[in-house]
Ligand binder design. Structure first.
Ligand code: GLN
Ligand code: ZN
Length: 769
């Protein structure tokens, strides 16, 4: 291979693109179909139109090879389940009767049939539907969707590359089907699955695919030798197929590590690797294995999951190094562009100067095309783009938004003492008990009460100017009154104001902190038709004024019982935002923590005796590689302690996390030095409590006794049963009684009934002590 020919051939491509369209046409069509207002044919037409628009746009932008098959009505892992015929038995009849309706039944469930479980796609905020497999699973190839979408793109005269979830990742993401031995390992089905992939590949070849991309992001996680063996076998077998397209095996979200030599040696024609962030280690690793002689390398140098403009010169330098390491080097984003919004140019409220720092999918596509051109034809041919890029990067680096001296000085002055409460937990509890005067098994909630249509309407009215801020304030106060009076009447012990003023637990604070930007159109798919608009953490963070104090103190003025202040923690504020990439996350977290600390201190000064700092994202932000986790947990827990470390010993700090599995972070949870933690536990029958006990967790805990994910009302006896199970693991002096999570998605009738039953259960079990 010569560097020169590798460069001359350089092409631009992407692995996937936002699906819903400029005006959220797909979301509207799908939801219309669910409600019976849009026919299946009309939905299919909308979808086909969106795919065509996307491909034409990508080609017009100069992309040489467009992806196909990345489109989805709901989720690409569910599409793979359909492609390999692994429809769960309980959904088979519905899928056979009506493929589209059956597809959505798998995704969302029906009155009678449960959907597939949903979980996070690696460490992104996208959720996929978990395949359910067992020893009896029979795979059967169904390449119809992939073939049809390929043909659509080819008919437009484009060079198209189907993108599939690879067989190893598919199996590694699966779980044992209900009723199957929980120790069943789906990867043992590999030999049965490979012939199905062989068939799909042959169909795609016959339909005109020269290349097919197989995505194997699961290989960037720590894998056992057996799993690496499986990967080796998979690509040896697929590579040996006689009649197949050329294969591009793609990885993203981190470095390949031990999987790199496995894939480098595999008999496939190309690899796609991530070279952004911690995945940049792929560059040295690739050199260490002797590069990819004779192979195509697709270099993900443009960050596919964050929204900052690329440093083109830095990317060109990386690409230049890579040229010596492969037969041909193409340019791409590090991952599918599914994880970023569509077009920054749609933003009207962001100052033009700042908008130039941002790159959404459309801008990233242009960056990729520019880099490929610079690589193939020389940097002279992109001199104008490079100059503009240099200016944008310089303006970002020099901006007062990214460099606020006061914030920097405060962050630099943080000492270890700031991250420690004045007394250790064991010596604080007495003071808290004396101040709060709570019964054993105290009852509380997680913070939010139902976000009614009325509340959303009030916010819309305020935005539209139909009511003034005073009118809005009045509306919120009335809601707080009702929430407080309900809790008093029901007999809860630690009350909340109900969070009626919050549109979202991150956005609410982002809107009040300097350094954050909001977008108008920055929608990103979370799951199905649910899209979120993450705020952009763009600069140094400060808090111009208190954010929650007036709501909490108003609520406290209405009752003699303690009202819990309610804040979103620093890690979650980062995890559910687009975060600046020009400084370590630890530094950003510290700035956010300092701003939140001011809020905590103000709440305490206003008389609040209990403050809850929610960190539901603590675990989901764990780095994919175990080796990277200790450093993450260190700054993450420090940020929490910095947020809460300034309060008096008799002020009680709560935290909340909404998941049931956390054996791997119990130590970190202890390191938060919170006094009380509430967790999800109702569906796992208090498994959480047993796990905390098994790890010797010494603090107070409230494993949820009410599953808020469904409108079902738990009976008092059922909640009491869960409490008794909790008591077997956690002594009464340290056990709290609360729901699994906030109540904002629930309606009032079931909330009322469930909380009444929860209080009754606490009283019953107290009587048994
Ligand atoms: N305090 C928040 C609420 O009650 C917590 C939400 C969450 O954990 N995701 O809604
Ligand atoms: Zn929660």
């Amino acid at each position: 291979m010569t560097t020169k020919s590798a460069a001359a051939a350089a092409r631009a491509t992407v692995y996937g693109y936002p699906r819903q369209g400029r005006n959220r046409e797909l979301k509207k069509a799908i939801e219309g179909y669910w409600k019976g207002r849009v026919t299946a044919d009309a939905l299919r037409d909308t979808a086909a139109g969106l795919r065509r628009d996307t491909w034409e746009q990508l080609a017009a932008a100069g992309l040489h090879e467009v992806p196909t098959g990345d489109f989805s009505y709901y989720d690409h892992v569910l599409d793979t389940t359909v492609m390999v015929g692994a429809i769960p038995a309980r959904h088979r009849a519905a899928v056979e009767e009506d493929a589209l309706a059956g597809y959505f039944a798998m995704a969302r469930g029906t009155q009678d049939v449960a959907p597939l479980e949903m979980t996070k796609w690696f460490d992104t905020n996208y959720h996929y539907l978990v395949p359910e497999l067992g020893p009896d699973t029979v795979f059967r190839a169904d390449s119809a969707k992939q073939v049809a979408e390929l043909k659509e793109a080819l008919a437009l005269g484009l060079t198209a590359r189907p993108v599939l979830v690879g067989p190893v990742t598919y199996l590694l993401l699966a779980k044992p089907a209900p009723g199957v031995d929980p120790d069943f390992v789906p990867l043992t089905l590999l030999d049965r699955l490979l012939p199905v992939y062989a068939e799909v590949l042959a169909d795609l070849r016959a339909a005109g695919a020269e290349w097919v991309q197989l995505d194997e992001p699961a290989l960037v996680q720590d894998r056992t030798p057996a799993e690496l063996n499986a990967a080796e076998r998979a690509y040896r077998d697929l590579g040996a197929l006689p009649d197949r397209p050329q294969l591009l095996v793609a990885s993203y979200f981190d470095r390949l590590g031990e999987a790199l030599p496995v894939l480098a040696k595999a008999p496939v024609e190309g690899l796609a690797l991530d070279f952004t962030g911690s995945a940049a280690a792929n560059l040295d690793d690739l050199a260490a294995v002797g590069g990819l002689p004779g192979k195509r390398l697709v270099a993900g140098v443009v960050d596919g999951r964050n929204i900052w403009v690329n440093d083109l010169e830095k990317s060109l330098a990386a690409l230049g190094t890579l040229l010596g390491l492969a037969e041909r080097v193409d340019v791409s984003a590090s991952s599918s562009l599914l994880h970023v919004p569509l077009d920054a140019a749609m933003e009207r409220d962001i100052a033009p100067q700042i908008l130039r720092w941002l790159a959404f999918a459309q801008q990233k596509t242009r960056e990729i095309v520019t880099l490929a051109k610079g690589l193939a034809q020389g940097t002279d041919t992109i001199a104008a783009e490079l100059a503009a890029n240099r200016a944008d990067l310089a303006s970002r680096a020099a901006s007062p938004i990214t460099h606020d001296p006061a914030v920097r000085a405060r962050a630099a002055a943080v000492t270890a003492a700031d991250t420690r409460r004045s007394l250790p937990y064991a010596e604080r509890t007495g003071a808290q008990r004396a101040r709060l005067g709570l019964p054993l098994l105290p009852t509380t909630t997680i913070g939010s009460f139902p976000q009614t249509g009325d509340l959303r309407a009030a916010r819309a009215d305020l935005r539209a100017g139909r009511i003034d801020p005073a009118g809005y304030e009045e509306r919120i106060r009335t809601e707080i009154q009702q929430v407080i009076s309900f809790q008093e009447k029901t007999g809860l012990d630690v009350l909340v104001h109900g969070e009626p003023e919050r549109n979202d637990m991150v956005q609410y604070f982002a809107e009040r902190l300097t350094g954050y930007l909001a977008t108008q159109h920055g929608w990103v798919q979370s799951y199905g038709t649910r899209y979120v608009r993450p705020p952009v953490l763009a600069g140094d963070i400060s808090r111009p004024e208190p954010m929650t104090v007036r709501w909490t103190t108003y609520a406290q003025s209405l009752t003699d019982r303690p009202v819990k202040g309610m804040l979103t923690g620093p890690v979650t504020m980062l995890a559910w935002s687009f975060v600046r990439d020009d400084q370590p996350l630890a530094d950003t977290a510290r700035q956010v923590a300092l701003a939140l600390r001011e809020e905590v201190d103000d709440l305490e000064a206003a008389g609040t005796s209990v403050v809850q700092v929610d960190e539901p994202a603590l675990r989901e932000t764990l780095p994919l590689r175990a080796a990277d986790r200790p450093a993450y947990l260190e700054w993450a827990t420090e940020a929490f302690r910095l947020t809460t470390g300034g309060v008096r010993p008799d002020t009680q700090i709560h935290t909340h996390m909404c998941y049931a599995e956390f054996g791997d972070i119990v130590r970190a949870i202890d390191d938060l030095d919170a006094d009380v933690i509430s967790l999800e536990a109702a569906r796992s029958h208090m498994q959480v409590a047993r796990e905390l006990a098994a790890h010797g967790y010494p603090r107070e805990a409230g494993p949820g006794v009410y599953d808020i994910h469904s409108p079902r009302v738990p009976s008092a006896e059922e909640a009491a049963e869960l409490l008794r199970a909790g008591l077997e693991a956690i002594p009464a002096e340290r056990l709290w009684v609360n729901p699994d999570c906030g109540l904002k998605t629930r309606g009032w009738p079931e909330t009322r009934a469930s909380l009444e039953n929860l209080v009754t259960a606490a009283r019953t079990v107290r009587g048994e002590l």
